[in-house]
Design a protein around this ligand. Structure first.
Ligand SMILES: Nc1ncnc2c1ncn2[C@@H]1O[C@H](COP(=O)(O)OP(=O)(O)OP(=O)(O)O)[C@@H](O)[C@H]1O
Length: 354
């Protein structure tokens, strides 16, 4: 199968700054990739290289098996939706959406039909004659998306497509964006620094840091099986417990925290000696009765309500402090000082060398 996008050994510097250092990856046709990472890690540089606004210092970039070396941006049939989606203020919605079609010499008779198709896709039928200032932020964003998709590009690049919107609208448009991308079947690369957005939009996520791809994989794999401390922390809230491996190999692997709390872990891999365990808060279950075998007693130190979830901060008898995330239900309450016990399934523990 020919990759929709392929980077081979691509490097890009801006003066002293290494924006990308020897990056290689490929994207399958029709796939949606989310590029996730902290500010300055090189996400936008990847998009700008694909779009042809920058040239790589080293390495090759192919789109649908064709080298992009020397090709101008307008020769690449790539749809773009950048952070500040800058609609043309003096043009109507229809004119904005049709802009790329006019510039790519589509037959004039074809344009109104294509614009109508796009208005339907982004659910803005009836808004075609308005100007951008007569639309809400979310509607403007949808027009920008329609404009990016109007030429039926085989590849769409979206840089922080939802960042200008408030939280509620972001959630709504995230689902819509996913549906629209599935409907057009284009390959898409979405840049975001929001882990939730990356997980919900990307079929695969590339987690980046300092101009490198640290890990790539399906959202659940990257979330539950991070292969570095950086990825574990960047993908969401996590508990870190320092200690060492007390029993290795076979089916009876165990970890002992510095405070002396020993619990089973699924596998120790090739690790021996000093280690740390990463446990997601939602893997920590709390019970209020007498501690079951293997459970660790403790007390509730604090409860933080986060809408659908609560973070319960727990001080354990071992001296470790752990956060548990539980659904925020009206029939379950935790009080500060309440005695509880916690347990962690062995398979939820990810071990790292220290
Ligand atoms: N034209 C430029 N001139 C100089 N340095 C640049 C230029 N473009 C990007 N950089 C630098 O290259 C690095 C990568 O930038 P890039 O825009 O790709 O990061 P990013 O991950 O998209 O960040 P953000 O999330 O803040 O948009 C940064 O250190 C940035 O300052």
């Amino acid at each position: 199968m020919i990759s929709a996008v392929e980077f081979q050994g691509v490097s890009k510097r801006f003066g002293e700054i290494v924006a990308l250092g020897n990056i290689s990856f490929s994207v399958n046709p029709g796939e949606t990739i989310a590029l996730l990472g902290p500010s300055g890690c090189g996400k936008t540089t990847i998009l700008r290289l694909i779009a042809g606004f920058e040239r790589p210092d080293k390495g090759s970039i192919m789109i649908n098996g064709k080298s992009m070396a020397g090709l101008k941006p307008y020769e690449r049939n790539v749809g773009l939706l950048f952070q500040h989606y800058a609609l043309f203020p003096h043009m109507t919605v229809e004119q904005n959406i049709g802009y790329g079609l006019r510039h790519r010499n589509h037959a004039p008779g074809e344009i109104p039909g294509r614009v109508a198709e796009m208005l339907e896709l982004v659910r803005l039928v009836g808004f075609g004659q308005r100007r951008p200032h007569q639309l809400s932020g979310g509607q403007q964003q949808r027009v920008a998306l329609a404009r990016a998709l109007a030429t039926h590009p085989s590849l769409v690049l979206l840089d922080e497509p939802l960042s200008a919107l408030d939280a509620k609208l972001r959630h709504e448009l995230r689902t819509e964006l996913k549906d629209v991308l599935a409907a057009v079947g284009s390959t898409a690369i979405v840049v975001t620094h929001d882990q939730e957005e990356a997980m919900s939009l990307g079929e695969r996520i590339f987690v980046m840091n300092g101009g490198a791809i640290m890990q790539s994989g399906r959202p659940d794999d990257v979330y539950w099986r991070p292969d570095s401390r950086f990825v574990a922390d960047f993908m969401g809230r996590t508990n870190w417990i320092h200690g060492s491996i007390s029993a290795a190999g076979g089916t009876a692997c165990k970890f002992r925290s510095e405070s002396g709390w020993e619990f089973p872990v699924a596998s120790t891999g090739s690790l021996l000696g000093a280690a740390e365990v990463c446990v997601r808060p939602e893997s920590v279950s709390i019970s209020s009765g007498a501690p079951a075998a293997g459970a660790m007693p403790g007390r509730v130190a604090e409860v933080v309500t986060l809408g659908a979830f609560r973070h319960v901060v727990l001080d354990l008898a071992s001296g470790d402090r752990i956060i548990s995330a539980c659904p925020n239900r009206p029939d379950i309450a935790f009080a500060r000082g309440q005695e509880i016990s916690i347990s962690i399934p062995a398979e939820a523990c990810v071990l790292f060398a220290r």
